[in-house]
Design a protein around this ligand. Structure first.
Ligand SMILES: Cc1cc2nc3c(=O)[nH]c(=O)nc-3n(C[C@H](O)[C@H](O)[C@H](O)COP(=O)(O)OP(=O)(O)OC[C@H]3O[C@@H](n4cnc5c(N)ncnc54)[C@H](O)[C@@H]3O)c2cc1C
Length: 574
C-alpha cells in the first residue's frame, strides 16, 4: 500500500537544532518568518554544541584590551592562508554581539570582578575566551537558546525528524523529505527557504569526540542537491583527546583548558617534553597550535616513544592538591569517581577527530550556491581555512546561525510545492520500508566501522597519496556495491534500520569528498598533512571546490576570498 506522506509547510525550515540551528530559528522568527526547526535527535541535545565544555573565542576585551581585528589576525594566521576572509571577519566582528545577546538571555558567562572572565587559549594573542564554569559552556549555550526558542513566537519544534534529502524545483530549493524516526512515517516539508545546520562529520573517524549525529548529513544533502562544498580535506584532530585510564561521562577533550591554565606538561613515553622538536615553542606556555601538537604526538609514537596505551602523557603532578582543586572545582570529584588522582600520576592522551574546517560554501549572507538554500555552523566551510583556532567554533555557530536565519527570512517568498518534485526522496524511503529480501545483506555496523577504520588509517592525521588512493577505491566500492545491498533489518523498533541506511549513504558521500580533496592537495598545510608531500607549496594557496555533476564528483580550485583591509594595522591595532 502506498503511504501518503505527512505534509508540512513553513517559511523557513531549519535542519539541525544545535547552536547554529537554534540561533537561526530565533533570528528567522524575529525577522517575521514562520519557522520549522527539526532535529533527528531531541531539540538542542543532539550534536556538538551541548557537548562542548570549554571556551568561546570573542574579542569583548573585558579583562585586557582587545579588538575584533586582532581576533581576525589570529584566525587568519591559524588558517594558513586559506580562510575566506569575508567569513572570518564576520565571525570575529559579530562574535561580541552574539556573546552579549546570549548574556542578556541568561547564559551566565563566568565573571570576575564584574567583568566577563576571559582566558588564554592556543593561537590567541590575548586572553580572549569566555566560558561557563565548570566545563559547562556547551550545556549553558544549549539551554539558553532552547529557553529563548520556547519564548519566541513563530517557531515550531520537531524532535526525532531526520531530513533525508532536499527538494528542488527550477534550480531552487523548495523544501525537504524527512523520516519520522518514531513512527517510520515519511514527511514532506515545503519551505520558502531551508537552512542546513546539521553540524560536522567527525563520526566518520574511529577515534572521535562526536555524537552519532555528526555523520556529515548536511554536506551530503547539499552535495546531492548540487551545492558547492569547499576545502573538505581539512579535518581537525584535537591533540589531547583522552586515551587512558577509562573516563566515563566526561568530555574526551576536557584537558585542554587545564593544560594551558595550569601548565599541564605533555611528555612522551620517556617522560620528556617534546613539542620543541617539531618547531613550536610550548614548554612554559602550552600554546602550541593543535595541528603541530597532534603531529608531534603521532611522530613520538612512531619513533617508539609512546605512553603505554599509544599516546603521550599529560602530567599535573608538579601541582599541589589545593591548586588542582581550585582550578578543577567539582570536576576533581568526577575524576576521582573515575579513579583518577592527578597528584599521583599522569593521564594519557592522543589525537582525536574533533572538528571540520571545510563544508558547504556560502557567501556573507550564508547563502549557498543554490537559491533558497542557506547553511550555518560547522556545516559551513571556509571561515577557518586550514586550521581552526580554539574557541572559534561556537562563535561560528552563533554568528553564522544568526545571519543564516535573518537572511533566509528576508529571502522568503511563499513556499510553492508539488509532491512530484519530492517523489525521488519519497520513493527512497518507500523502497527501504519493504526491501527485497537478501540473506546476504551486509550489516550496517560492520560497514560503518570499516569506514571509520579506513578514514582513521588512510585519510587521517598523516596521509600519503597511496593510502588516500586505497581509501578512495574502497569508499567508491562501498558506494557502488555495499550500500545498495544493505537492507534495513526487519523487526527493529522505530525506523532505526532505515535511518542507518541514510546515515551510511551520507557518511560515504562525505568520505568520498574528503578523500578526493585530500588526494588533490599535493602539499601539507594546517590540518592536512601528507607524509609524501611534507612541505607547504605556496602555489597551492587556493581553496578546493567539490561539486556533484552528472559524471560524478568534480573538483576545482578557487581563489581565496580576500577583503580590503590594512594588513599591517591588523597586526598592531588594539
Ligand atoms: C566534545 C566537543 C567539545 C567541543 N568543545 C568546543 C569548545 O569548547 N569551544 C568551541 O568553540 N567549539 C567546541 N567544539 C566544536 C563546537 O561545539 C561545534 O563546532 C559547534 O557546536 C557546532 O554547532 P552546530 O550547531 O553547527 O552543530 P551541532 O551542535 O553538532 O548540531 C547539529 C544538529 O543537527 C542535527 N542533525 C544532523 N543531521 C540531521 C538530519 N539529517 N536531520 C535533522 N537533524 C540533523 C544533529 O542531531 C544535531 O543536533 C566541541 C565539539 C565537541 C564534539
Amino acid at each position: 500500500m502506498n503511504e501518503i506522506p505527512i505534509h508540512l509547510e513553513t517559511d523557513v525550515l531549519v535542519v539541525g537544532a544545535g547552536g547554529a540551528g537554534m540561533y537561526a530559528a530565533i533570528a528567522a522568527a524575529r525577522n517575521g518568518a514562520r519557522v520549522l526547526l527539526v532535529d533527528k535527535s531531541l531539540i538542542s541535545r543532539g550534536g556538538a554544541t551541548i557537548m562542548a565544555q570549554m571556551t568561546v573565542a570573542v574579542a569583548v576585551g573585558e579583562q585586557e584590551p582587545d579588538h575584533w581585528t586582532h581576533h581576525l589576525a589570529d584566525t587568519l594566521a591559524a588558517g594558513r592562508g586559506l580562510c575566506d576572509e569575508e567569513l572570518a571577519a564576520i565571525l570575529c566582528r559579530e562574535g561580541p554581539d552574539r556573546i552579549r545577546e546570549m548574556d542578556e538571555w541568561g547564559v551566565h558567562w563566568t565573571r570576575e570582578d564584574g567583568h566577563l572572565k576571559q582566558v588564554m587559549a592556543p593561537g590567541h594573542d590575548v586572553a580572549r575566551c569566555v566560558f561557563v564554569d565548570f566545563l559547562n559552556t556547551g550545556p549553558a549555550v544549549a539551554r539558553t537558546l532552547r529557553t529563548r526558542i520556547a519564548r519566541t513566537d513563530g517557531i515550531t519544534r520537531v524532535s526525532g525528524l531526520s531530513v533525508t534529502s532536499l527538494v528542488k524545483h527550477s534550480g531552487r530549493v523548495t523544501g525537504a523529505v524527512a523520516l519520522d524516526l518514531e513512527e517510520g512515517r515519511t514527511v514532506t516539508i515545503a519551505a520558502g527557504a531551508v537552512v542546513l545546520a546539521g553540524g560536522g562529520l567527525t563520526r566518520l573517524y574511529r577515534r572521535n569526540s562526536a555524537s552519532v549525529n555528526m555523520g556529515g548529513d548536511s554536506y551530503a544533502m547539499a552535495l546531492a542537491a548540487g551545492a558547492d562544498l569547499i576545502d573538505m580535506e581539512f579535518v581537525q584532530f584535537f591533540p589531547i583527546g583522552h586515551l587512558a585510564p577509562r573516563l566515563v561521562g566526561m568530555d574526551p577533550i576536557m584537558w585542554d583548558p587545564f593544560r594551558y591554565k595550569l601548565g599541564g606538561r605533555l611528555l612522551n613515553g620517556n617522560k620528556e617534553e617534546f613539542i620543541e622538536r617539531y618547531g613550536a615553542s610550548d614548554s612554559g606556555t602550552y600554546t602550541a597550535p593543535r595541528d603541530v601538537t597532534s603531529y608531534a604526538i603521532v611522530k613520538e609514537v612512531e619513533a617508539g616513544r609512546a605512553s603505554p596505551n599509544g599516546g603521550a602523557y599529560l602530567s599535573f603532578e608538579h601541582l599541589d592538591e589545593a591548586t588542582l582543586r581550585d582550578a578543577f572545582g567539582p570536576v576533581i570529584d568526577r575524576l576521582a569517581n573515575n579513579g583518577i588522582d592527578l597528584t599521583k600520576g599522569p593521564i594519557e592522551d592522543a589525537p582525536i577527530a574533533h572538528y571540520h574546517m571545510g563544508g558547504i560554501r556560502v557567501n556573507a549572507s550564508m547563502e549557498t550556491t543554490l537559491p533558497g538554500l542557506y547553511a550555518a555552523g560547522e556545516a559551513v566551510g571556509g571561515a577557518n581555512g586550514a586550521n581552526r583556532l580554539s574557541g572559534n567554533a561556537i562563535t561560528e555557530a552563533l554568528v553564522f546561525g544568526e545571519r543564516a536565519g535573518r537572511f533566509a527570512a528576508k529571502s522568503v517568498s511563499a513556499p510553492s510545492w508539488d509532491t512530484a518534485w519530492a517523489q525521488r526522496g519519497i520513493d527512497e524511503i518507500r523502497t527501504l520500508k519493504s526491501p527485497p529480501r537478501d540473506n546476504n545483506s551486509p550489516v550496517f555496523g560492520e560497514l560503518f566501522s570499516e569506514l571509520q577504520n579506513l578514514m582513521w588509517d588512510k585519510v587521517g592525521l598523516l596521509r600519503t597519496g597511496e593510502k588516500l588512493q586505497q581509501a578512495l577505491t574502497r569508499i567508491q566500492g562501498m558506494i557502488a556495491h555495499d550500500l545498495p545491498a544493505l537492507r534495513p533489518q526487519d523487526g527493529k523498533a522505530f525506523a532505526v534500520g532505515i535511518q542507518e541506511w541514510f546515515d551510511l549513504r551520507a557518511a560515504l558521500a562525505t568520505a568520498e569528498t574528503i578523500t578526493r580533496a585530500a588526494l588533490n592537495r599535493t602539499e601539507s598545510r594546517g590540518a592536512h598533512q601528507r607524509e609524501d608531500m611534507p612541505d607547504t607549496d605556496e602555489s597551492q594557496t587556493h581553496n578546493q571546490i567539490v561539486r556533484q555533476e552528472d559524471a560524478g564528483l568534480a573538483i576545482e580550485t578557487a581563489a581565496v576570498r580576500h577583503i580590503e583591509f590594512d594588513r599591517a594595522a591588523l597586526e598592531t591595532a588594539v
